[in-house]
Design a protein around this ligand. Structure first.
Ligand code: 5GP
Ligand code: MN
Length: 327
């Protein structure tokens, strides 16, 4: 992130009051952790602020300090200044996009390469492993010291978007920032326990369905799985319980690209894409109206299941054929 961009956003925050911080729909650890850290920073500066997400906070992130302050768009006041966090485009805000559009001044802080710079202030750094990395640098310009609550939120953002500091987006700066956050009071063991070692029984039952539906294509280089509304109903699992399930498809030996389809109550499918090394799944998702990163992306497909699956299969096969002509 360029110093001057960050400094101009710090100045914008110092000079104004009344902020609506917006996390993206289907919230993950980065959008929630980074949004809560910014919200906490604003509150400690004595600013009026609110934090909004289209969906309730997933149970796994309820431990984040300040999580109970997150409100739904219909409960929000709609302040003069809106700051979108980890949202590559306006559509990612869902119903909260209305608050963003109504604001006098708008700011977009994100790390997706597909970000289309939709705000007046755009701080987009595709090199950052997580939006939390950018917010950590911003908070350092705004507060004399980051406290343990803010450090916990930021550490969670970094931890979840890097797959426990394992993905290729983990760079030296990411680990330096993580080390600083531990020094500020983030508890690595406790955060890991909350996020990865406290799995609801229904989620494991849903995972069993996802593993059962898994198929390989393209000589084992492509894996696809899905869960339907019936799977949710029969296991008692919730939408948020699909988080991380695509990893079981991606992690199979020989698989380069993976797709995971989750049926939504409207009958459409939320599709997650992952790749290991070569395939650019962000480009696939972007072409289908979604977005993301080279190795992790998503889009919405319209049902029925067979059509959504066929579309994912065709698009991923094309991308793999660009790498392996013989497929
Ligand atoms: P996930 O598969 O975990 O939901 O998302 C993987 C990555 O793709 C995340 O960085 C997420 O923000 C992005 N992503 C997922 N779905 C969409 C979408 O519909 N639109 C855009 N622009 N990005 C998405
Ligand atoms: Mn992110």
């Amino acid at each position: 992130m360029q110093e001057d961009v960050l400094r101009s956003i710090a100045a914008f925050i110092k000079e104004n009051d009344g902020f609506t911080v917006i996390a993206h729909t289907s919230p993950d650890g980065d959008t929630l952790g980074a949004s809560l850290a910014l919200y906490g920073t604003l509150k400690r500066m004595g600013k009026r602020a609110e934090i909004v997400c289209e969906q309730p906070v997933p149970h796994v992130y309820a431990f984040l300090p300040g999580a109970d302050a997150i409100c739904l768009p219909e409960q929000a006041v709609g302040m003069e200044n809106a700051i979108a966090i980890d949202c590559a485009d306006l559509a990612r805000m869902g119903a909260a996009g209305r608050l963003f559009q109504a604001a006098k001044r708008t700011c977009n802080i994100d790390h997706h390469i597909t970000n289309d710079s939709y705000a007046a202030f755009n701080a987009v750094d595709a090199e950052a492993a997580a939006t939390g990395e950018i917010i950590a640098a911003l908070a350092a310009l705004l507060l004399p010291k980051i406290d343990d609550a803010i450090a916990t939120c930021l550490y969670t953002a970094l931890l979840t978007d890097t797959g426990n500091f394992a993905y290729s987006n983990t760079r030296p700066e990411t680990l330096h920032t993580a080390a600083d956050l531990l020094a500020c009071g983030a508890d690595n063991t406790e955060i890991n326990r909350q996020i990865y070692r406290t799995v609801p029984f229904a989620k494991q039952k849903l995972l069993a369905r996802a593993l059962d539906h898994m198929e390989l294509y393209c000589e084992g280089k492509l894996g696809i799985s899905y869960v339907t509304l019936a799977d949710f109903a029969e296991t008692g699992a919730k939408e948020e319980d699909t988080e991380g399930m695509i990893d079981s498809v991606r992690d199979i030996e020989g698989v380069e690209a993976a797709a995971f389809l989750r049926e939504t109550p409207s009958g459409s499918f939320k599709v997650s894409l992952r790749s290991k090394r070569f395939a650019d799944v962000g480009a696939i998702a972007h072409a289908l109206g979604g977005g993301g990163h080279k190795h992790a992306a998503g889009y919405t497909a319209f049902g029925p299941l067979q059509e959504a699956q066929a579309q994912a299969l065709a698009c991923c096969t094309d991308a793999l054929r660009e790498i392996w002509k013989e497929l």
